[in-house]
Design a protein around this ligand. Sequence first.
Ligand code: UD1
Length: 432
Amino acid sequence: MKHRLEIETMGKMKVAGPQYANGEITISGSKNSALPILAATILTDEKVILHNIPNLADVNTMIEILENTGKKVTWENSTLVIEKGEEKINSILPYGPVRKMRASFNVLGPLTIRNGYAKVALPGGCSIGVRPVNFHLEGLKKLGIESKIEHGYTNSKFTENNHQKKIHISLPFPSVGATEHLITTAVMLKDTETILTNCAQEPEIVDLCNFLISMGARIEGQGSSNIKIYGTDRLYGTEYTIIPDRIEAGTYAILGAILGGKVTLNNVIEDHLFSLLDIFEKLGIHYEFKNNTLIVSGISKMELTPVDVETSTFPGFPTDLQPQLMVLLSLIPGRSSITENVFKTRFNHVDELNRMGAKIFVESNTAIITGVTKLSGAPLEATDLRASAALLIAALAAEGETVINNVDHIFRGYEKLFDKLEKLNLSVEYFE
Ligand code: UD1
């Protein structure tokens, strides 16, 4: 089956359940590392070679943005080569591609530093609640970038601050995007030391910093809540390999716990999944980790114990696995709960799971889940990337036929989805 790389049409998936998963797959490169790293390639005119890049709709949107800045981008299997185009870098971007995806906003700072000005659309992204960019804009202002929002665009100007050589920015919340955007901008402030506090500690931040260091940037403290950046005016070409996608790995691990059999996942970093493994242990799910391979075995849900989970920033349990975990908890006897602390209204999937017979009740930012013995197939609406993954897992577990409408969100985050499902002995039908 053809894998979709655009999300222009809202396709449907038809799933006949219940199905049992058995097999082995290799986890792709991380989408959430690839996107900020691709945005950071704007910082140099030299050649950058990136390995382990997932071929996903969001990555292709970021490539379109880079091409709009004048870069030449070429795919060679899972490697991307990014080179300087014919012209000077362009920092006035068309509305469409940036509007499509939130991570695209990360190009604003680097473009403004390079040209002294930039015009970039306010970003869109998955509909998982209000997603402001105030932390980005307030932080950029401290770095010398003033922005005005006009007609859906952010117009920004950079004024070099010759007297302030040390800048402190304390984020109101450890935002992943704002941390990445500010690091990617501060690395190019010559002779300036930027100290970012209360910043995000996600593995994707560490990956971005390691990439920037490989370009010649000076950064300390990545992976902690205080990061120091010593700016320079020149960064160089590099060759770099991106980390595996912990959210893709977590999704297939949860799928394995619900539908296995035995599901073997290669190319998984254990340290990136501690919070999920901790929950697996509390629930009583069998798993094994050996040399970057995670094996998850499904067992009777009747033997599992309910849990109370809270999402939080890394190393806490990721919000991006919350909908998928909710499917598992829906099938475990007793009362579980999930409190969503990152995107407090991220519960679009709840009504759809209830349509399948789940018993989930949302109060404020907590979902109270009373386990049921089975789910039943139903017509469903997918609203965002991770909700789509959760509904797909639920459909595979449910008795009877499920049709998931608007399912194309899923192609933003799951590379070679149909190949991987097939390798796990699972079958779905896809319609445009
Ligand atoms: C990134 C991830 C996304 C993940 C999220 C949280 C990418 C491409 N996306 O999104 O998959 O779900 O981290 O782990 O890496 N906030 C503000 N103002 C801001 C910025 C954020 O109020 O300027 C709030 C958000 O509304 C949200 C919280 O901070 O409630 C966290 O958002 P943030 O960490 O910025 O998420 P993203 O970077 O958009």
